[in-house]
Design a protein around this ligand. Structure first.
Ligand code: PYC
Length: 420
């Protein structure tokens, strides 16, 4: 005990050099009090909110606060299955997610923080003639946009993933796949921490456990934010709250065409390395990867009912196990360690809703459905440009809320393994 007390004393009363060292080692500063006023308030301390804060810092925008109702990264950023890819169906989507993937590729270096990006490749399996046509189509769109994607047949699928069961004697035999070499997995909480640390170093204030309870709008313009810690004035407000988007935007009187559903995932105990590519089956609504620790990380389709309650179901575990064992029978004795559910904010065309709203200076990053995590860097970068310049960057122009009033949908229907 005496030893521990001594150690504590040296932390608090150590030399200025030691205190400086300890301060530098912190990932980010403690929250402190809220100021009366910020130039920019970002609602949501997940990957999108923190990325926006980070890129605002890079653009030299100061007096920025991130408000998070829980601990940072406690929403969708901490509940995804860490998959990155850009093999989307529409040219607008493919270009947008490709820009995000390219940012991810150099993000560890830029943030000076290892995000453990494993660019191991991504296979979307096709189990029918129709699915092969759809994959061929996606490969075309991808290649036209400079994205590395191609149709492969069963022999190459087996070569890329020797552990996969490609036998014809299963419920859904594999005919081929869309192969996307730049796809992969990344450490999701490291992405959150890396952006938080980078934003903090640029002077952004990060306030966890600060819930937004209302938005103040007057004369068609956002004026401030009510929180459980008091009111703050705000020049601009960005909503980056994923599954809670409809609720936060409603506080500003902005109606979003979004329904909110849960998406469930789970992880097995660690097993020996046998999977070094991401496997997705659209037919079976399943996606799998193996983490650096050896766990199989697996997810299923969104649940069809709308809810804000993140409760898991036994049915999910049963269906996902059945499909997984069809693909990887060798996992029959692997135990599931934990499962979780996250909220998905789904738009009518399965594309995001990004940028300005009818309320001046109130901007939104929403409608992510199941694609949000992979978009974090490009959302951050483009939203920061919007906030800093007042102009909508070309990359996100197709995704404004206005498209639903002008029938300009960007349909990503069928570009994922999760019911759509
Ligand atoms: O679109 O890659 C994807 C995805 C994986 C899990 C949920 N969505």
């Amino acid at each position: 005990m005496a030893g521990r007390r001594g150690w504590k004393r040296s932390l608090t009363t150590g030399s200025p050099a030691m205190r400086d060292l300890l301060r530098k080692r912190r990932m980010w500063r403690g929250a402190g009090d809220l100021r009366d006023s910020y130039d920019v308030v970002i609602v949501g301390g997940g990957a999108h909110g923190l990325a926006t804060a980070y890129y605002l810092g890079q653009l030299g925008v100061r007096n920025v606060a991130v408000l998070e109702q829980g601990y940072i990264g406690s929403g969708a950023a901490g509940r995804n299955t860490t998959i990155l890819r850009s093999n989307y169906k529409t040219p607008e989507g493919a270009r947008f997610y490709d820009a995000s993937l390219k940012l991810y590729e150099r993000l560890s270096l830029e943030l000076g923080f290892n995000l453990l990006f494993s660019q191991c490749g991504h296979l979307t399996l096709a189990h029918s003639d129709r699915a092969m046509l759809v994959m061929a189509n996606r490969a075309e769109v991808n290649r036209i946009n400079g994205i590395d994607s191609r149709l492969v047949y069963t022999d190459e699928v087996k070569r890329l993933c020797p552990a996969l069961n490609v036998s014809p004697d299963v419920t859904y035999p594999i005919q081929g796949a869309l192969y996307h070499p730049p796809g992969g997995i990344i450490r999701h909480d490291a992405v959150v921490w890396g952006f938080a640390r980078g934003a903090d170093r640029a002077g952004v204030e990060i306030h966890p456990y600060t819930e937004v309870t209302g938005l103040e709008v007057a004369d068609g313009r956002v004026q401030g934010v009510h929180t459980n810690r008091g009111h703050v004035r705000a020049g601009q407000v960005v909503s980056a709250v994923a599954g809670w988007s409809t609720l936060v935007c409603a506080m500003a009187g902005v109606e979003l065409p979004i329904t909110t559903h849960i998406l469930q995932a789970c992880v097995t105990e660690p097993v020996k390395p046998l999977l070094d590519v991401v496997i997705v089956s659209s037919q079976m609504h399943a996606y799998l990867s193996q983490s650096d620790r050896g766990e199989f990380v697996m997810g299923a389709e969104i649940e069809p009912w709308t809810t804000y309650r993140m409760k898991g179901t036994l049915n999910f575990l049963q269906e996902l196990s059945r499909h997984t064992l069809e693909l990887f029978p060798q996992l029959q004795y692997a135990r599931v360690l934990r499962s979780w559910a996250g909220l998905c904010d789904i738009s009518p065309d399965y594309s995001p809703i990004l940028g300005v709203t009818e309320v001046e200076n109130f901007h939104v990053s929403a409608g992510w459905g199941t694609y949000g995590f992979k978009a974090a860097p490009i959302v951050g970068k483009t939203m920061a440009q919007l906030v800093a310049t007042g102009r909508t960057p070309d990359l996100i122009a197709p995704f404004t809320l206005q498209r639903f009033y002008e029938d300009r949908l960007v349909s990503e229907l069928g570009a994922a393994a999760v019911s759509h």
